[in-house]
Design a protein around this ligand. Structure first.
Ligand code: ADP
Length: 297
């Protein structure tokens, strides 16, 4: 196990930021860490990396206790904080050499890392002269310079343009082949595109810890239907396999079904049999986005 978080609680004074959080990450997994602002994501990441201590609980990284052996853990972990703290006046190479010197990394390794993160064309520039996307690569290069087993990245794609986002995603995918990566993001498609697993927290509570595969296999279907006139709730309840429903506007219903059968056909038959017309129908399969909204709103 690369990361083990065991019943971690963190309070800032009276404010409970994390409440008895437990999860683990296997070697080579890429995990998306999701939650609304203030959910506790950054706090959890700072605890895993040993930057702050939990109020209660234990974290093990590659089997090493973060509280008991912080220095040993720092050698196993690479961390990109939310505000990527770069020395703007340093040259890219100079900054990475400085980072490498902390871990006694060889010159050849620095060159290889520059290559891996695609920084070669910009390597002779000052950090302040780089675009935000390239600055992010410098942060990631600094995080992996000592070849850690585990990477913790706090919103690595926030503030980047779509091309830069794609480039950083490709980089994470590449790095994820060898390393365990836990990263936070607000972009659900990012998690669906590159992660093996997703963890959602809200208000310091763990809400879900599931594999992306399981999520895609879910039988839950969310269908929004607008009929040609207002119908009663009792009527909607007669639809088979319906597990919840909400009347959005007068004639529009937002319905959740649990069925392996495509419920759109069933709804069409139901409408026809009852002399109703469907003016609009939208099917939203159980995507991460719908799950996130359902769990956190
Ligand atoms: P997220 O990264 O999910 O946005 P944070 O971990 O930053 O969430 O914050 C979780 C909660 O803890 C928030 O309510 C935040 O205001 C609070 N918090 C975070 N850091 C501190 C701090 N240093 N002092 C007091 N409260 C804090």
């Amino acid at each position: 196990m690369s990361i083990e978080v065991l019943s971690v609680t963190k309070s800032y004074g009276n404010q409970l930021a994390l409440n008895e959080i437990s999860f683990s990450a296997n070697k080579g997994e890429i995990i998306g860490f999701l939650g609304p602002n203030g959910a506790g994501k950054s706090t959890m990441m700072k605890i895993i990396t040993g930057f702050i201590s939990p109020t209660k609980g234990t974290v093990l990284v590659s089997g090493i206790n973060v509280l008991k052996s912080p220095e040993e853990v720092k050698a196993k972990i690479g961390y990109l904080p939310e505000q990527n703290p770069l020395y703007q006046e340093m040259y890219v190479k100079e900054y990475l050499q400085f980072q490498a010197s902390i871990f006694k990394v060889s010159k050849e390794t620095i060159g290889a890392v520059i290559e891996t993160v695609g920084l070669s064309p910009e390597v002779h520039k000052k950090i302040s002269q780089l675009s935000k996307g390239y600055q992010q690569r410098v942060g990631i290069a600094a995080a992996i310079i000592h070849n850690p087993d585990v990477l913790i990245l706090d919103e690595p794609t926030t503030g980047l343009d779509p091309n830069q986002i794609q480039e950083i995603r490709n980089l994470l995918k590449k790095l994820g082949k060898e390393k365990t990566i836990l990263f936070s993001t607000h972009i659900m498609q990012e998690v669906e595109a590159i992660c093996d697993r997703v963890i959602i927290i809200n208000k310091g509570e763990l809400l879900i810890d599931t594999s992306i595969e399981e999520l895609k296999e879910s039988n839950e279907q969310i269908i929004e239907v607008t009929f040609n006139y207002k119908i009663e709730e009792q009527f909607i309840q007669r639809l088979p396999n319906i597990i919840s429903y909400k009347n959005n506007f007068d004639n529009t219903w937002y319905m959740t079904f649990n069925s392996s059968e495509d419920m759109r056909g069933v709804i069409f038959d139901f409408a026809h049999e009852n002399g109703l017309k469907i003016l609009e129908l939208n099917s939203k399969n159980q995507s991460l986005e719908t799950l996130f909204t359902k769990l956190t709103s």
